[in-house]
Design a protein. Structure first.
Length: 133
């Protein structure tokens, strides 16, 4: 899922989350941290890849993606890595469903900015490509 974002020729571009929800940690101190963490790269293939980590455990979070300064086509490639639980891992050490799945889809958008729902405890890569001439 992350390979293309870090491929040779990719360059980091500015990205941020505005009005980010917070998550309360399951610790005695109950610290809070941002629910969504984002990074973006522009690849040698000229695609913009936006990587979003949703650190919340309970529910999906919907956010507006606004790729300022990047004109994109209507088809957005979506790749999501999601575990059954927040602490899912591929091992047999604990009882329970530790399934980790990779899902790929394409969403169609008609505007420059668009809403995306990010599942809890997930990593999502949105790949935006320039429109066809």
């Amino acid at each position: 899922a992350l390979g293309p974002a870090f491929a040779t020729g990719s360059n980091w571009v500015a990205s941020k989350v505005v009005a980010n929800e917070t998550v309360t940690a399951v610790t005695p101190a109950g610290e809070t941290y941002p629910a969504l963490v984002v990074g973006a790269t522009r690849g040698a293939d000229d695609a913009l890849r936006i990587v979003v980590v949703h650190r919340g455990r309970a529910a999906a979070t919907t956010a507006v993606v606004a790729p300022i300064g990047f004109e994109h086509g209507a088809a957005i490639e979506v790749t999501t890595v999601k575990g059954n639980r927040f602490d899912s891992a591929i091992d047999d050490a604990e009882v329970g469903d530790d399934t980790v799945a990779l899902a790929q889809s394409t969403m169609t958008v008609e505007t420059s900015s668009f809403e995306v729902s990010f599942p809890p405890a997930s990593l999502t890569v949105l790949t935006l490509r320039a429109p066809c001439p």
